[in-house]
Write a protein that binds this ligand. Structure first.
Ligand SMILES: Cc1cc2nc3c(=O)[nH]c(=O)nc-3n(C[C@H](O)[C@H](O)[C@H](O)COP(=O)(O)OP(=O)(O)OC[C@H]3O[C@@H](n4cnc5c(N)ncnc54)[C@H](O)[C@@H]3O)c2cc1C
Length: 463
């Protein structure tokens, strides 16, 4: 798309329609406003609209469309490939739309499109409720939900999309709709995994569950026990009751308390647990886990849900360089485990990591075609991330992530989780949706035939 020229009078008129702020190059906070979480992306939009309400979103969509501007939508700004911004075009920044309303009787929560998960957890925890999200509280509700949502509660209560009851959206033609089981059911089907392809979601309605204090946290093992730990974890998590979850990772022990100095900086393997069952049973339930090998550090115990969710927030501040590779795994066989122990031991920088998230249990219950998210028969989501503050290390960490992923890809289910991929292109996006892809492309053709919303893991409209 060529860079559109918009005259000053038109810009003044647009600005007058907004309750929120229009930030342009040269404005004092332009540099702050254009920043996204992944420091690899340093783009310079022509307009950033800090929307405060649905009317602002409608005006912004209409303005971008009518002036043929490239359009990016930003929820929490955590996108791996920096999809919450663009060069020269218009960014709809939802971060000032943070309203959250809990209905304790109905056990639902409504969150506006600019919330991050910490906003939602804070609101629901007051009622001893939670809705499934991810593993960190700084991620946007918008992007995480629209891509699927894999988190601590996936085995107990499903993915985030499995708990999404309704969305309010602004479509490419500027119209405002509600999509749920009764209204626009095709759109409701598509937004549950289809990403930001279909419009701007201004609010999400989620089902909540009785989750308050859980039993969770990390247990670390030395690297020489990695094969034994990973093998145990695979077998355990494939057959465990749904109220227990734990993701496996290779990590460098952070250089700060509460981690003992003797372990700081060491590469170890970790399982970060979340048990939502009866707390009185927790010690018994963790017996076999604690009997495994010789744990170096055991930090699991009773923890309020929002505290578990925000355990890693401070370790990953905004602005680091992030390079992501992802796959879904059905069968984590012994050869794959062998390769994991090889590459996991070679983390290229202290922030870099590999995680395997379980997506079985309740996340297996919906049919593969029940909604856009397709990998209902996969047991794990694998993510390999090279992370570092210094761009000088990018080449090295990217090479590690690619080689690791290439070695494991033959053991994968084919596609990856779109929220944990860079811009791999059409083929990988198609693989991520499997047999649901064609239906998504048809729904895209119906709601966004000109592909106005294409700064995302794009599904072009069917011809
Ligand atoms: C540190 C970190 C931890 C993560 N942990 C998890 C995890 O535990 N589980 C998990 O599932 N994922 C996780 N992710 C991946 C995360 O789900 C994606 O990065 C997601 O896209 C972030 O959403 P966002 O709103 O913050 O991003 P943004 O960059 O704002 O948006 C990402 C995409 O979604 C679109 N979008 C966002 N909001 C809206 C909206 N309201 N309406 C329409 N389109 C919208 C954007 O246009 C863009 O295409 C993590 C990412 C990071 C960086």
């Amino acid at each position: 798309m060529s860079v559109a020229v918009v005259d000053e009078a038109t810009i003044t008129n647009f600005k007058a329609q907004l309750r929120g702020e229009l930030v342009q190059p040269g404005d004092a906070d332009y540099d702050a406003a254009r920043k996204v979480y992944n420091g690899m992306f340093d783009k310079r939009p022509r307009f950033i609209v800090r929307c405060v309400d649905v009317a602002d979103v409608i005006s912004s969509v209409n303005f971008a469309r009518d002036h043929s501007l490239l359009l990016a939508v930003r929820g929490g700004g955590h996108s791996a490939p920096g999809l919450g911004t663009c060069d020269d075009g218009l960014v709809i920044d939802l971060s000032r739309m943070k309203g959250v309303t809990v209905d304790p009787a109905a056990k639902t929560v409504r969150a506006e499109g600019g919330c991050v998960w910490g906003d939602v957890d804070h609101a629901t925890h007051a009622f001893n409720l939670a809705t499934p999200s991810g593993f960190i509280s700084t991620t946007g509700v918008g992007g995480l939900t629209l891509g699927g949502g894999i988190g601590y509660l996936a085995r107990a209560y499903g993915l985030t999309v499995d708990n999404l009851l309704s969305v309010d959206m602004v479509l490419a033609d500027g119209s405002f709709v509600t999509a749920n089981e009764r209204e626009h059911p095709d759109l409701y089907w598509a937004v549950r995994g289809g990403g930001g392809n279909f419009g701007v979601v201004t609010s999400f309605l989620f089902r909540c569950h009785d989750v308050s204090t859980v039993y969770g946290g990390p247990i670390f093992w030395p690297l020489d026990q990695a094969k034994e730990v990973l093998t145990f974890w695979r077998d355990f998590i494939l057959s465990a009751p749904e109220d227990i979850n734990g993701w496996f990772g290779f990590v460098s022990v952070p250089p700060a308390p509460p981690f003992p100095e003797q372990y700081q900086g060491q590469t170890m393997c970790v399982i970060v647990w979340c048990y939502t069952g009866d707390l009185g049973q927790a010690d018994e339930r963790f017996k076999s886990i604690r009997a495994l090998g010789t744990p170096a550090m055991d930090l699991a115990g009773p923890v309020p849900w929002p505290a578990l969710q925000s355990l890693f927030d401070a370790l990953f501040p905004p602005g680091l360089q992030w390079y992501w590779k992802a796959d879904f795994i059905t069968d984590l066989n012994d050869q794959a485990i062998e390769l994991h122990t090889k590459y996991g031991a070679q983390l290229p920088t202290p922030y870099s990591t590999m995680h395997l998230y379980p997506i079985n249990g309740a996340a297996h219950r919906p049919a593969k075609d029940a909604m856009a998210f397709n990998y209902r028969d996969a047991n794990f989501a694998e993510v390999i991330v090279g992370v570092d503050p210094d761009p000088a290390n990018n080449e090295r960490m990217i090479a590690w992530a690619r080689n690791y992923w290439l070695a494991l890809h033959p053991y994968s289910a084919g596609g990856g989780y779109i929220n944990m991929m860079m811009g791999e292109g059409d083929e990988q996006v198609r693989a991520s949706y499997g047999e649901n892809y064609d239906r998504l492309a048809q729904i895209k053709a119906r709601y966004d035939p000109q592909n106005l919303f294409h700064v995302n893991q794009n599904i072009p409209p069917a011809k």
